[in-house]
Design a protein around this ligand. Structure first.
Ligand SMILES: *Cc1c(COP(=O)(O)O)cnc(C)c1O
Length: 398
């Protein structure tokens, strides 16, 4: 399939390319931490918090050990626990629902929209009614910015306000994106993000952060992440945990943050090229009006997903499936309640999505190779079963 013999095989996410670019600076930054010796919550952590808050325009940034803890810390700071309902999309990474169970509350699954992959505000409204009917207190909603595009915070915010829900944005995949000119980090009362290596702003290990404008809650979150104790040694009065960010990881992220704006532009250019190259062959992702994405994933929708994955593999193009199962059918989660209208879009997407290689260092040559491989696969699959149309559409919303 190679029309260019010298072409390197595409990688799904190329972390090495970035390291070749900034490796020297990263190594110097790590050495500086080794020299000063403040390994936990050192000066680099404070500087990173300051720079991240400035980057998105949030009042406060509280760094922590990972994105999962970032979500959990907020639930703890809000005193969410037994008897409380927390609404989560059924189509997301499992951590979004996991933290609700860890906090002792009940996750209530909400359907997503097939066009944006994100939380459906109508399904949320119905799920709130269901939670009340079964005797739970509706407390919080965790919209997820799946694949890097913000959820519909305007519509979700209206439902949340009418029902007195705290909005906690799961922005693990979307830091750097925006909605109507406002950056992720400022679109909800709380925003949680992750610096897991494969996220758009990834470290060389685990890391996470919370954004909020609430001064008192920011102070409480800082205490909860460090065993419930304020920096002056006084107790915050709540049980905490150990969820601190290492100074070495912060030093690495400070270097990565310098190239992040350019990397976002590169990802957006690659997404545009994918759209142009593949739009006629498969269902390509669409952005909501007013939204930008950081393209944590470039995810297409197709009727014969598994055959397409196989054909791509044979052509040397790696693909991945995020996520092959909606959460409400997983053994650890199937006892939890869901929107009464069902989760048909989430279930449908889990059977039809496939993600293509996406990172900030994807060259046009490599991308052309991927586009050709997908187009060829689609053409031959169409030939093999004339009416099993490849670009399917989801069932109508209920
Ligand atoms: C990665 C991710 C998380 C968890 O982040 P970690 O840093 O791996 O704990 C949570 N939610 C979503 C949607 C994610 O993609």
């Amino acid at each position: 399939m190679s029309k260019n013999g010298a072409q390197q095989a595409p990688s799904f996410i190329d972390l090495a390319a970035q390291y070749r670019r900034i490796g020297d600076r990263v190594e110097r930054a790590i050495s500086a931490v080794l020299e000063h010796g403040q390994y936990i919550l050192g000066p680099e952590v404070t500087e990173l918090e300051r720079r991240l808050a400035a980057f998105c325009g949030a009042g406060h940034c509280i760094a922590c050990a990972n994105g999962t803890d970032a979500l959990l810390l907020v639930l703890m700071a809000e005193g969410i626990g037994p008897g409380d309902a927390v609404f989560v999309p059924a189509f997301t990474f499992v951590a979004t629902a996991e933290v609700v169970v860890l906090a002792g509350a009940t996750p209530v699954f909400v359907d997503v929209r097939a066009d944006s992959f994100n939380l459906d505000p109508e399904s949320l409204e119905a799920a709130i009614g269901e939670a009340k009917r079964i005797g739970l207190r509706p407390r919080c909603v965790i919209p997820v910015d799946l694949y890097g595009q913000p959820a519909d915070y305007q519509a979700i915010g209206r439902v949340a306000e009418a029902n007195d829900l705290v909005v906690l944005a799961d922005a693990a995949q979307s830091f750097g994106a925006s909605l109507n000119g406002q950056k992720v980090g400022t679109l909800a009362a709380y925003t949680a993000t992750s610096f897991y290596p494969s996220k758009p702003l990834g470290g060389y290990g685990d890391g996470g952060a919370i954004f909020t404008d609430d001064d008192a809650k920011a102070k409480l979150l800082r205490a909860i992440r460090c065993h419930g104790r304020h920096q002056d040694g006084s107790e915050c009065g709540q049980v905490g945990l150990n969820s601190r960010l290492d100074a070495i990881q912060a030093a690495i992220l400070l270097e990565k943050l310098l190239v992040f704006p350019e990397e976002i532009v590169a990802r957006q250019a690659s997404a545009k090229r994918y759209g142009e190259g593949l739009g006629a062959a498969v269902q390509v992702p669409k952005l909501m009006a007013g939204a930008t994405s950081v393209w944590a994933q470039y995810t297409i929708v197709t009727e014969r997903r598994d055959e397409l994955a196989k054909a791509c593999r044979e052509a040397g193009v790696p693909t991945a499936i995020h996520y092959a199962s909606p959460l409400h059918v997983l053994p650890a989660y199937r006892q939890f309640p869901m929107a009464p209208s069902g989760l048909s879009q989430a279930a449908w997407l889990a059977g039809h999505v496939i993600s293509l290689p996406m990172h900030a260092y994807l060259t046009e040559e490599t991308q052309d190779l991927i586009i050709d491989a997908v187009r060829d696969a689609v053409r031959s699959l169409k030939g093999s079963a004339a009416h099993a149309g490849l670009a399917g559409s989801p069932p109508p919303a209920e």
